[in-house]
Structure formats: structure tokens, C-alpha cells
Design a protein around this ligand. Sequence first.
Ligand code: PEP
Ligand code: MG
Length: 577
Amino acid sequence: MIELKGIPSSNGLVIGKALLYLEDTLPEIPRYKIEKTQINEEWERFLSATAGITNKIRQKLAKPAIKSSKERGDILKARLLMFEDIEFHENIENALKNKLQNIESVVWEISQNLVDKLSLLPSAEFRERAADISDMARELLNKLLSVQHFSLASLTEAVIVAARDIAPSQALAMDKNFVKAIVTDAGSSTSHTTIIARSLGIPAVVGTTSGSTQIKTGDILIVDGDKGLVFINPDKKTLSLYKKLIKENDVHLKTAKSLIGQDTATTDGKRFTLKVNMETPSELEKAIDIGAEGVGLYRSEFIFLTEGRAASEENQYHAYSEMLKAAKGLPVTIRTLDAGGDKIIPSLFQGVDEKNPILGWRSIRFSLSRPDIFMTQLRAILRASVHGTVRILFPLISGIEEMEQALGFLEEAKSGCDAKNQPYSDSILTGAMIEVPSAALVADSLIKKSDFFSIGTNDLVQYTLGVDRGNEKVNYLAQPEHPAILRLIKMTIDAAHKEGKPVSVCGETAGDARFAPLLIGLGLDEFSMNAASLYEVKRIIRENSFAECQKLAEKALCCASAKEVALLLNLGINQRS
Ligand code: PEP
Ligand code: MG
């Protein structure tokens, strides 16, 4: 058995047969000189190949399955723009005239130059852009050379697809009935392919670095999209453990479904609010149907990441309005732009070269130093606020000054709306994310400026334990059960409750049901998680008594190590050691 670790990018457990997919290679490219008289003919071939591809994209866009998925629709539209990009067409036409080479070699050269330039840039976002261009060139060259390649759309049996990378064009073609999970060497949690897998509900582990060199077609794989683990040809023990886990998941799902409509309260009557983290409104209706009481975290940077640039006020206004309308009056917590660090928006970070981007120009720091972008976002949120119940959440607040400055900008944005007679809700609550230890340590003063707190455990763990959340080498140290984290959560909750204000957890810990008794006992008011975890967390809440959970939390707070807490919470053998 080989165990691979990657980035858990789309939840779910799957056991199945591997298909090693290495179809992202380029065809052999012919190179020959052409006469001036042949320029038109070659240009026509280019236009006809492009038209063939764009027509297909348009047909896909018209399909109901795509129409109902905003993420997939957006990615297709972005591809359409790439193929129809005027500058790209002009570059090809000019090179064709100047070089007098066949169209295939011109397309190859122009795209390769672009890819080479982008690949040299330090950020992952530029590399993703380079991958998109390679993908476009490959599709064009295949079309020009009439090469038929195997496509993930043509699968006829259920497989787990293992690949170096999966191009967005192929990811868009995936059918959930045949692609049971994906495992890739490359990728990040914000890459296009990951976004698509999540939107299709296909479990994914990306960033395994060398998975495709170790997995062979026909191997039996276990993909644990919750923890980012892949087992190649698992031993009997691991196989039976996962079979049991999958069965448990199924049983839980069935019993959990019966919880719809039941109160989210402990056996002794303490009520909790369960919300979902949503990047687009497409799945919100379903989440509300199964009991979500609103959106606890709307990561607004996804709008910027999909566009690759600062989203306009109109685009943001539409995105927020859509989410608010889909929420049907339930609260939507819009987190302001959390850019930078590992979420680089190409056009906003051009030329920025930071030694420690995670400790650098990111999140609220970025917004406060770019009033143009911040004010545009705040205006869009205010204008959209008339369509529902908005709460604004500021990310990575490290102390009271940043909160005051952010609120100052919000007031200015309100004045701007007043001056233009643009209506907005007068009951917008504003909160601070507790993601760095300093915020938790001054929570007593920070709460005076906040209507609520939302604890981002993903970053709180990263900054408290000094462990890069994207680095698989130190991932074992990313322990939300560490007593230091528990104490910071407790401090945050106590400070807010003293002022009669609520606290939510919107990091991944909120959706990990094993932590629910502890969070209940610590006095948390609200859990915000991915929709798939709702049932399970609700079940745990309903099966426990608040009094017992409080005792558990007291014990946990006295533990000296993460290991002790893990034992107390019965975190199980898969917990990082
Ligand atoms: C967090 O840090 O816990 C959080 C919810 O924000 P993100 O995962 O987007 O950094
Ligand atoms: Mg965060």
C-alpha cells in the first residue's frame, strides 16, 4: 500500500479503480514555410478551428446542466473569451504574415512564449493562467491537426481519475456518474479544476506532487477528500476501515436526513445556529432545504479570482444580490476581499514579490491600502443589501485599529450612497474575523467595535501554531485541537458573550463533527460549514447535552497537549499524530 498526502479540495470518501489520465500531451507539431499567397488559407484554417471550438462551447453553455451551475458557466465563458481574444488573434495574424510559417507552428510559438513568461512569475495564479493558455493551445492544435483525443466526457465506466493535472476544459466535461473522484499532482484549492470538482460534488485530492507517477490504471484507490489522503492498493485493514467509514457515512446520511425540520438543540434544550459557507448561490437553495439558516461565510474573493482582476461594482452588486435573493431573507455574511497570501489575483498583484506572502500584504491589509477596490466592494454590498439580510465580515483583523479603519470606510461608502440616493439596509451588522492570535487576545476591546465575531480556525491554527496551512511537510502540526487554539477560542467567546454578542466558527473545524461537542461546550453560538457536513453536526448537537459538553470543554481546556485533547475527543486514528 502507498499512502499519498495532498490537499483536501472536495469532500467525500470513495473506493474505486484508477484511470491514469495523461491526455494533456501536445500533438506532434508540423513546421514548414509557407508562401505569401498561402497566408489567407492558413488564417482561414485558424478562424475555422477557433469557430469550431467556440461553437462547441456555446452549445455547452446552452445546456441545462451548465445553466444551473454558475461556476461551470463562468469558466466556460472565460474560455470563450480566451479563444476570441482580439489581442491573441492579432498576434497570430501578425506572426503568420511576418514569419511565413504554417499556422500550427505559429499558434504553438505564440502560446508557448506566453506560457514561458507566465511560468517564470512566482505566483501560483500566474502558473494557473499559464496552464489555461497551454490548454487552449492544445485544443486549438488538436483541432487544426484533426487529432481525436480521449476525453473524460467519453468514459463509460466509473473510475477515479488520476492525472498530473486536469485542464479546465476536461474538468468541465466530467460526468459525476463516471468520474467518482479525482487525484492530481498539481492544483490548489482555488484552481479552476478544483472549483469545478466541488461544484459537481466530486471528491478531490489535489497537490499530491507525484501521484500520477505512482498510480497505474486499474489500481484500487481510496480517495479521502475530507483529509486529502489517497491510498494506492490499500491493505486489508485500511480497506475495511474505509468501507466501514463509507457505510457509516451512508447510514448517517439516511438518519441525518430525518433531521430536516427538527430543532438544532441539545438534549437539554440549548439551541445552535447552523449556516453554510458558500462561494456561489447555485447550491444555496438545496442547503436551505436541508436546514441551513443562512450563509455564515461568503468568500467574496472568488468573484475576483474567477475574473482574475478587481471585479467591477456592477459585477459584485449582481453577485451579492443573487446570493441574497437565493437566501430568501436568511442572513448572508459577506466577507470582504480576502486577497493575497495564497489567493493571488493576477492583475492586482503584478510585480508584487513578497518573501512571506502569508504574513504580508493580504486580506484586510490589502483592502485598507487599496481604498479604490475596498470602497467599490463596500458600495456594491450596500447597494445589494436591500435584497436581503446582509452581515459584513472583515477578514484577518489583528487589532482594534484595523476594525476602526474598516468601519470608517464603510461609513464613507454609506455617505457616498446617501449622496447618490442609493438605498441600503440600515440594519447591517459588522463583524471581525478572529484568525490571528492578537485578535483573540484583545477580543474584549475588539468586541466593542463588532456586532459579532467569526472565528476562522484555518488561519487561527496557521498563525497560532506557526504552521503554513498549504505545506504538506508540516501539516501534521495543523491541530485545531491544540490547547492553545482552544484557549483562544474560549477567550473570544467569553469576551463576546460579556457584551451579549454572538460568536461563530466558519473555519473547517465547524464542519468536523468530532469537534462539535467541544465547540458546544466552549459556548459557541453558530457553526458555518460546507453543506455536506450540516446533517452530521446537527446530529451530534441533538445527541449531546449542553451540561456534558461544558464538562468536556473544561477538561479539554486543562489538557497540556493536542494529543491529550485528541484522546479526550476520540478524534480517531486518522487524526494527524
Ligand atoms: C479561515 O481561515 O478559517 C477561514 C474561514 O478563511 P479562509 O479559509 O478563507 O482563509
Ligand atoms: Mg482565513
